[in-house]
Design a binder for this molecule. Structure first.
Ligand code: PHE
Length: 487
């Protein structure tokens, strides 16, 4: 349609001076005309030159007034000849209509906004605003002062209109020649390939997107974090056991058996198999001792420690369960200092909301050496988090059954303009380390944080369900950008 019209017109005329006018006169859609012009220009049937015009279009508010009338006229019409109390008039109108209408009507001296009564000062008004808006909508010219006033009221906004001036091109023909896109067997047999005109290759055309696997944002951030730990000389701990005994998850960490976190409301316990098969018996005995009556200068908790509680299987609530296994293993051999890390999944029986799921990933690091102090922990945390791009840190005293002292870690978030909690840390207690059999002067500094929190901040995701779980948009997984921490 549009193509025929354009080529046909140029057969007898020199040029189409304005594609917009051309489209309107023929009842064609300008977008379609533009597309055809671009294509014809590409094949040099025509030569097209850009033309631009500043136009005005109505905002939503402007559009609304073309139907309802301007607020000042709506307000004027709502005033009966005898006047009306202000409150009553206010009740009759939309709040915004009342507000804008009273200001405008007063400015135009149409109404008297008395203390008690609002009255008309004239008997009849014209809705000039509505009329002007209709004219603009219709593409008619409107004088500059009016335009200024409507723009100031945000009823119209400027828009650049783009179209073309079109002339015949070097390949002009009244009808587009059909070009062949394939050379077929028939073409060869018939010999008509000699006459055929072939479509040129478009070497800059984009190919189809390649179907392939894609990495989830959590995996990308984890990959970066692993790199950071490795650069800092940390070894990865084996975290491939989601099922753990209460013993390693809690008891070995000096977490008393009545602790609320050990309740089924907070922890997922296994029904089958409900208990662990094996624990190192002599160590279990020392753990029982430290809980019940203390030792190594500790008073313990003074309660009756039950083996059945320690045997219960659960889905690990933190990767610190793995740290306790690793430290115990370390204590069984002549001591060597170690730096360990892990990044893996943990489970908590929590109410699910925008920021919490019943499973998430924990990042954990620990350093184990003779004579470490709190200053070492502060230094390692500064080093680690600055590599993540968080160099402003603050610490707040906290409590964990297995660390003393313990500190919550906060980082200043430039985007949010505030301090946000990013992790938890501390020095493992002697009540945890000494029953394992570690030498007395060995100290362990450790910290933990979630993988989800930094990932959400990095990718600008504010609902965890958009990141993890069955509601995640696969498009996000395919398109998410490369992760670079610390830039
Ligand atoms: N296990 C702690 C948590 O679940 C994190 C932590 C690890 C705290 C190591 C101190 C030391 O939050």
């Amino acid at each position: 349609m549009a193509e025929e019209a354009i080529l046909g017109y140029l057969e007898s005329k020199d040029e189409i001076s304005d594609s917009g006018q051309f489209a309107t006169e023929r009842g064609l859609d300008h977008n379609e005309v533009v597309n055809v012009i671009k294509s014809l220009h590409g094949f040099r049937y025509v030569v097209a030159q850009d033309i631009k015009r500043e136009m005005w279009i109505l905002t939503d508010e402007g559009n609304a007034y073309t139907v309802t009338g301007s607020p000042e006229v709506q307000l004027f019409l709502a005033i009966p000849p005898e006047g009306i109390p202000k409150e009553e008039l206010q009740k009759k109108l939309d709040p915004s209509v009342f507000k804008i209408g009273s200001a405008q009507a007063a400015k135009r001296k149409w109404v008297e906004m008395g203390k008690q009564l609002v009255t008309r000062k004239i008997q009849h008004v014209e809705d000039e605003v509505k009329n002007l808006l209709l004219q603009i909508q219709d593409g008619q010219a409107v004088n500059q002062d009016e335009i200024k006033a409507l723009k100031a009221r945000k009823l119209i906004v400027p828009q650049t209109w783009k179209g073309y001036l079109v002339k015949k091109g070097p390949n002009y023909a009244p009808k587009r020649k059909k070009v062949a896109t394939d050379l077929t067997r028939e073409n060869l047999q018939r010999g008509d390939w000699k006459e055929l005109e072939f479509k040129e290759y478009n070497f800059s055309a984009k190919g189809l997107p390649i179907e392939s696997g894609h990495l989830h944002p959590l995996l990308k951030v984890r990959h970066q974090l692993k790199g950071i730990f490795r650069q800092m000389g940390f070894e990865e701990m084996p975290t491939n056991n989601y099922v753990e005994s209460s013993f390693w998850n809690f008891d070995a960490l000096f977490q008393p058996q009545q602790h609320p976190a050990r309740d089924s409301h907070d922890t997922f316990f296994l029904q089958v198999p409900s208990t662990t098969k094996q624990l190192p018996e002599d160590y279990v005995e020392r753990v029982k001792q430290i809980h019940e009556s203390g030792g190594y200068q500790s008073r313990g908790y003074g309660y009756d420690w039950k083996r059945e509680e320690a045997d219960k299987n659960l889905l690990r609530t933190h990767t610190t369960a793995v740290s306790s296994r690793m430290l115990y293993a370390l204590a069984q051999k002549p001591f060597v200092p170690k730096k360990y890390y892990s990044i893996d999944r943990v489970f908590r029986n929590e109410a699910v909301d925008r920021t919490h799921l019943a499973e998430f990933h924990q990042i954990e690091g620990l350093v184990c050496d003779r004579g470490l102090a709190l200053g070492d922990l502060l230094g390692v945390l500064k080093e680690f988090f600055s590599r993540l791009g968080m160099s402003k840190l603050r610490f707040k005293p906290a409590y964990n059954p297995y660390t003393e002292p313990s500190m919550e870690i906060f980082s200043y978030h430039e985007g949010l303009g505030k301090w946000v909690e990013i992790g938890n840390s501390g020095m493992f207690r002697p009540e945890m380390l000494l029953p394992m059999g570690l030498p007395e002067d060995v100290r362990v500094i450790a910290w933990g944080l979630s993988l989800e929190r930094p990932t959400m901040i990095l990718y600008g995701i504010d609902n965890i369900r958009d990141l993890f779980g069955h509601k995640v948009d696969l498009g996000l997984i395919k398109k998410n950008s490369i992760c670079r921490l610390g830039l």
